[in-house]
Design a protein around this ligand. Structure first.
Ligand code: SF4
Length: 308
């Protein structure tokens, strides 16, 4: 599905529609969009913004071989109370069967997310996040998120509605901040944004500033494009380390080809974990080279990894 979410590559909506549960929902963009899609007769939106599963979309990621970062349910909330448990299981089965993709799952229903995952092993290609729009409803969700052992834990602080004070960023890998847009948007103060950016910097957490929205850094209302996405002339578009997982997947595929050609040795199963740690370290070193020299460098990196 086409989207305008800067911090992901693709959206996947195996369910559609939702119910407002907190202050961050007040001007929900998914609701406005759902009503438009309903008027256009798009499947899944026959009942406007009412929650429903859309089984026809379940298999979409299985058809895509190219490693892709998916934002799951941009038009809904995967942990909505009406989401059936057996349907959730199918969604996570699809995720498990497509390790080439990365899935960003964001919710405001942190209680159900915690309950669902607490006794399960979370697939490595899942990133889990909660929305933190304010102190009363948003901040308590962080404690629930922190109890889960996903490869990336992230906070979507959007729309940022007030100063969040001091945050406990322990185990948090990524923080996204943004202001609200639209005619009814609520203003965001620059000092609130700086407070979060500085805490991320201090704690080594990747920080992504999405936009000012309808209200600029100067607290003036104008077009969101004109307000931009810079803080004092600097853009902040950091990603957590696991963002490069698709590249690791490509590396592993290259490795398989080399093994098939007899140009590399397979790794014994008991050494896989140790090797993965080495590959992480090696990837740090060769990442720049990989970007610059693409295919040739992928092969080089695989060889470096194999001869360690
Ligand atoms: S949880 Fe998200 S999708 Fe659901 S109403 Fe709130 S903002 Fe909209």
């Amino acid at each position: 599905m086409r989207h305008k979410i800067e911090w992901t590559e693709q959206t996947w909506n195996p369910s559609a529609g939702c119910t407002k549960i907190s202050e961050g929902c007040r001007n929900c963009y998914a609701e406005t969009m759902a009503l438009r899609l309903q008027a256009m007769g798009v499947h899944g939106y026959q009942n406007g913004f009412q929650f429903n599963t859309v089984p026809e979309r379940l298999m979409e990621p299985l058809k895509r071989k190219k490693p892709t970062v998916y934002f799951v349910n941009s038009m809904s909330d995967i942990f909505h109370k009406d989401m059936p448990d057996d349907y959730l299981k199918i969604i996570f089965d699809v995720i498990q069967k497509t390790p080439q993709h990365t899935y960003q799952i964001l919710t405001k229903r942190a209680d159900r997310m915690l309950k669902y995952f607490i006794d399960k092993e979370i697939p490595e290609n899942i990133w889990l996040g909660v929305t933190v729009e304010n102190k009363a409803q948003g901040v308590p969700r962080i404690e629930k998120l922190r109890r889960l052992n996903a490869s990336v834990l992230f906070l979507s602080i959007e729309p940022l509605l007030e100063d969040l004070g001091e945050l406990n960023l322990n185990r948090i890998d990524w923080v996204i901040v943004g202001g609200e847009s639209g005619a009814k948007a609520r203003p965001m103060d620059k000092s609130w944004v700086l407070n979060i950016q500085q805490q991320c910097e201090k704690n080594g957490v990747a920080f992504f500033f999405k936009q000012w929205g309808t209200w600029g850094a100067d607290r003036k209302k104008r077009n969101k494009k004109a307000n931009g996405k810079e803080i004092d002339g600097q853009s902040w578009q950091q990603y957590p380390k696991r963002r490069l997982e698709p590249m690791e997947f490509e590396l592993k595929s290259t490795l398989d080809i080399l093994i098939e050609r007899g140009e590399a040795k397979p790794i014994p199963p008991e050494k896989i974990k140790e090797s993965m740690e080495r590959i992480e370290n090696t990837m740090e070193k060769v990442r720049g080279e990989i970007r610059a020299e693409e295919a040739r460098s992928l092969e080089t990196a695989s060889r470096v990894y194999l001869t360690m």
